[in-house]
Ligand binder design. Structure first.
Ligand SMILES: N[C@@H](CCC(=O)N[C@@H](CS)C(=O)NCC(=O)O)C(=O)O
Length: 329
């Protein structure tokens, strides 16, 4: 008899996002406006009638937590496309308190541009009735103080397609095409599978509150990793010789795998270092300009182990694993 049939699903980490069978079901993204080239708003104005804000260098602030894989995507893409001068960056403390993400890494505990101490202030200013989780990444408008978007899959695509006039040679010394029109039809299904089974799959393992839900998420996760392991047997990156958007999305989960998901989320059939092609691939990305320099293992470990109280009530952060393997010969 399994744990869940004897005891029933436990209360979830986020009970409003836990199904009756103990599955983790992620909340939707509340703010889905976009910053686009075809916005009909003038500079300094808010969104047009279609929720499109004007592209303007220096106007918007990207808010990230360095521990968060969804936020990490936008940090990598912003750097690879050389958008650092066009879109400023705010980094929150990896540990949330009962009011959520805090700007405690900044002088006086306030974001110097937005002037707020908690990200929830921007969310509630934008929507006073908002009751969901306040999440990173998000883009905040520095003119009005409103949250434009926390729609993380769209944020990176828009950095590639809508901010082209502000692309500069990025970390790589070039402007990579992360979302080539001719590859999108092949890339999108891969992105969707990786999201369902890997990016979100590790959370479905970690936040499951029944044995069946965990088993199902675990099996799907490693089945998908096996498929990706096979795909990378004869490809340098997922689409070929150059990294693409899909590689950004897989990398941000892989780089957290051994440090957080293997132990904290019980994703422990194999370590990343035990899957040779995925390990070769992740390490190669890590060593490229604009990738490894965005990884903060201290923030990653402290965030996961010290934030999810129901999974790790002692909040003890493990000393291992040895992350020097990422750069070792
Ligand atoms: N926006 C998505 C994904 C982004 C996300 O989950 N970010 C996490 C950090 S990795 C977050 O901000 N969590 C805040 C919380 O759980 O209160 C969501 O709502 O689930």
């Amino acid at each position: 008899m399994t744990a869940s049939t004897t005891t029933g699903p436990a209360r979830g980490q986020f009970s409003s996002e836990t199904s009756s069978s103990g599955q983790w079901v992620r909340q939707g993204n509340r703010f889905t406006d976009r910053i686009t080239r075809d916005s009909t708003s003038a500079p300094g104005e808010g969104p047009d009638e279609h929720g499109r804000w004007p592209v303007e260098a220096g106007r918007y602030r990207l808010v990230v937590c360095l521990a968060c894989p969804w936020a990490h995507r936008s940090l990598i893409v912003r750097g690879l496309l050389g958008l650092q001068d066009a879109i400023s960056l705010a980094v929150v403390d990896p540990i949330r308190d009962e009011r959520g993400w805090r700007f405690t890494l900044d002088p006086d505990g306030r974001d110097p541009v937005l002037g707020i101490a908690y990200l929830s202030e921007a969310y509630l200013f934008t929507d006073p009735d908002y009751e969901g989780r306040v999440t990173v990444p998000c883009i905040v408008d520095t003119v009005t103080g409103r949250v434009v978007t926390n729609d993380y899959p769209q944020i990176t695509l828009d950095l590639s397609t809508e901010w082209v006039d502000h692309h500069r040679p990025g970390a790589d010394g070039q402007v990579p095409d992360l979302w080539p029109a001719g590859e999108r039809d092949e890339m999108q299904p891969l992105i969707d599978e990786i999201y369902a089974d890997v990016n979100n799959g590790v959370y479905r393992c970690g936040f499951a509150t029944s044995q069946e839900a965990y088993d199902e998420a675990f099996d799907r996760l490693f089945a998908r990793l096996d498929v990706l392991e096979a795909r990378l047997a004869d490809r340098r990156f997922l689409m070929g010789d150059e990294p693409r958007e899909v590689d950004v999305r897989l990398f941000t989960t892989l780089v957290r795998f051994d440090a957080a998901y293997h132990g904290h989320f019980k994703c422990n059939r194999s370590k990343l270092t035990e899957m040779p092609n995925l390990w070769r691939y992740a390490r190669e990305l890590y060593r490229r300009p604009g990738w490894g320099e965005t990884v903060d293992f201290d923030h990653i470990k402290r965030h996961y182990y010290a934030t999810h109280e129901q999974i790790n009530p002692t909040r003890i952060v493990p000393k291992g694993p040895d992350t020097s393997v990422w750069l070792a010969d």
